[in-house]
Design a protein around this ligand. Structure first.
Ligand code: NAP
Length: 305
C-alpha cells in the first residue's frame, strides 16, 4: 500500500464515494467523517462527528497522509433563505472546525484539500479563467465559495500543506449532474439549455480522484488549484455528445423561460445550468498532470460504456 491513511470529511456522499473507491487499493485505511453511522466496508471505516465540535474523531487526523474535506449541503435546491443559510453553514462550520483542530494537532495531516468550486469565477463567454488571471464573479454561489475559502485560510497550519481545490462539474455514472442530464436525453428533452452557448467546465470523476493523488505527490503545489478538464465545452455541445453517445436522435431544447418554470417545479436553480463556467486547470497542467479524459466525448463514452 502506498499510503497509510486518507481521511474524507463528508466522504459518504458522491465525491467521497468516488475517492474512497479510488484509494481502496492504494491506502491501508480510509476514514470517513460523517454525521451518520455506516458499516465498515473493508478498509473504509466511518467515524461519526457533528461537523461542529471537536471530539474523539480528531484522533483520526493524526499523521494522515491527506484529509479531503467534502462537507456541504447539496446546492441542487431552491435558494430559499433557509437553504441559503444551510449551504453556508454546512461548508463554513466543518471547514473552520477542521482548521482549528489541525492547528492544535502535534502530528496533523500532511496535506489538507478543501473542496471549493469553479463557479467562484465570473460568468465567462469571452475567455477562460485560470488561477492566475481568472476574475472572481458575483452572486450567491460566488459568495459561498469566497466565504468557504476564507474559512479554509482562517487558521494557520504550518505543518499541513493546504490546497483549495476549485472543482468543476464532476461527471460520473452514479450521481451528481450526469445522471440528470442523461435522464433528459432519455426523455427526448436533452437539447441545449438556454441558448446553449454557456460553457461547462466539467471533469471526469476518475480525473477528479487522480488529481488529489497528484497533489499528494507534488509537495510544491499549494493554495488555489482548479480541477476541470482542459477542454471545456459549451452546453449545446455537451448535450449533443450525450445524445449521440446514448443513441437518441431527438433532443428538444429547453429555453430559459421553460427552465425557470421547471426549476421551481423540481426544486433547483437555473444558475446551476445557465452560468457560463469557462475555467482552465492551469496549475495542474503546468505541473505536468495529464488528464485521462481530456475531451467530453471521451468522458461521456467512458461513463456510458
Ligand atoms: N459533485 C460536484 O460536481 C461538485 C463540484 C464542485 C464542488 N463540489 C463540492 O464538493 C463537495 C462534495 O460534493 P458531493 O457531490 O460529494 O456532495 P454530496 O454527495 O452532497 O456530499 C456532501 C457531504 O457533505 C456532508 N454534509 C452535508 N451537510 C453537512 C453539515 N452540515 N455538516 C457536516 N457535513 C455535512 C454530508 O455528509 P454526511 O451526511 O455523511 O454527514 C454529505 O455526504 C461539496 O461541498 C460540493 O459543493 C462538488
Amino acid at each position: 500500500m502506498k499510503y497509510k491513511k486518507i481521511v474524507l470529511a463528508g466522504g459518504n456522499g458522491y465525491l467521497g464515494t468516488v475517492l474512497a473507491g479510488y484509494y481502496k487499493d492504494k491506502a491501508e485505511e480510509i476514514v470517513i467523517l460523517s454525521r451518520h453511522e455506516k458499516q465498515t466496508d473493508g478498509n473504509v471505516r466511518t467515524v461519526t462527528w457533528d461537523g461542529k465540535t471537536a471530539g474523539k474523531w480528531t484522533a483520526e487526523l493524526v499523521n494522515a497522509d491527506m484529509l479531503v474535506n467534502l462537507c456541504g449541503k447539496n446546492v441542487n435546491c431552491r435558494y430559499t433563505e433557509k437553504n441559503k443559510s444551510e449551504i453556508f453553514a454546512s461548508r463554513l462550520l466543518p471547514t473552520e472546525l477542521l482548521g482549528q483542530v489541525i492547528h492544535d494537532l502535534y502530528e496533523p495531516p500532511k496535506l489538507w484539500i478543501n473542496l471549493s468550486s469553479a463557479t467562484i469565477y465570473r460568468h465567462a463567454e469571452d475567455g477562460p479563467q485560470d488561477e492566475a488571471t481568472g476574475e472572481i464573479g458575483t452572486g450567491f454561489s460566488v459568495d459561498v465559495c469566497n466565504a468557504w475559502e476564507a474559512a479554509f485560510y482562517k487558521y494557520e497550519t504550518p505543518k499541513t500543506r493546504k490546497v483549495a481545490l476549485r472543482m468543476g462539474i464532476v461527471l460520473g455514472r452514479s450521481d451528481s449532474v450526469f445522471p440528470r442530464l442523461l435522464n433528459l436525453v432519455k426523455l427526448g428533452i436533452g437539447g441545449m439549455q438556454g441558448n446553449g452557448e454557456q460553457y461547462v467546465s466539467w471533469v471526469h470523476e476518475h480525473d477528479a480522484a487522480r488529481s488529489t493523488e497528484w497533489l499528494m505527490e507534488h509537495p510544491g503545489l499549494n493554495g488555489i488549484v482548479n480541477c476541470t478538464a482542459p477542454i471545456p465545452v459549451k452546453n449545446a455541445e455537451l448535450m449533443h455528445i450525450i445524445r449521440k453517445t446514448y443513441g437518441m436522435p431527438l433532443g428538444l431544447p429547453a429555453p430559459k423561460w421553460l427552465l425557470e418554470i421547471g426549476s421551481v417545479v423540481i426544486g433547483t436553480e437555473t444558475e446551476l445550468i445557465l452560468k457560463s463556467r469557462w475555467v482552465l486547470p492551469k496549475r495542474l497542467l503546468d505541473s505536468g498532470f495529464k488528464f485521462e479524459f481530456e475531451t467530453a466525448e471521451a468522458a461521456v463514452n467512458d461513463i456510458l460504456r
